[in-house]
Design a protein around this ligand. Structure first.
Ligand code: SF4
Ligand code: SF4
Ligand SMILES: [Zn+2]
Length: 141
């Protein structure tokens, strides 16, 4: 794996890219992402997340939900639905890409997909403007 990939180590079992999260990108007390288990800055919702704590996850070879016998389970579908509607991003699409093309390809894709066209900084899925230059990615794309 190419060590310089920006979002390496930030893709959660559900397919979320924590590198796009406002919790990760905020300046004050940022969350280190899903894999940073005891991060004191991780919000309670992510600490008690039913997906990362799911009993079936350990049985998956890859550590991703797409490998699970119950995939896609209701909790993943609900999360996916919320993100599709609210943020225009799909965990299930992310997982499909990882399954079909591998994690490295997904990471490369994410870097391009979430790059501000004005300043090149990484965008935040939870905000409709670039946190760095404040440009609206929908207008400048
Ligand atoms: S708040 Fe949750 S989704 Fe956001 S970076 Fe932390 S673990 Fe990931
Ligand atoms: S897809 Fe499987 S591992 Fe993932 S949350 Fe659902 S039951 Fe758990
Ligand atoms: Zn920008």
């Amino acid at each position: 794996m190419n060590a310089s990939l920006k979002y390496q180590g930030l893709i959660a079992a559900c397919g979320m890219n924590c590198g796009l999260c406002i919790g990760y990108l905020r300046e004050k007390k940022p969350c280190g992402g899903c894999f940073k288990i005891d991060d004191p800055h991780k919000p309670t919702a992510c600490r008690s997340c039913k997906i990362v704590n799911c009993e079936y996850l350990a049985a998956t070879g890859s550590g991703f939900c797409y490998d699970c016998e119950k995939y896609p389970c209701t909790r993943l579908k609900n999360l996916d639905q919320r993100y599709r509607l609210k943020y225009g991003m799909s965990m299930i699409d992310n997982l499909a890409h990882i399954k079909m093309h591998g994690l490295e390809s997904f990471l490369e894709n994410e870097e391009e997909r979430w790059k501000c066209s004005e300043c090149g900084a990484g965008l935040c899925v939870h905000r409709d403007f670039c946190l760095n230059c404040k440009a609206d990615p929908n207008l400048s794309a």
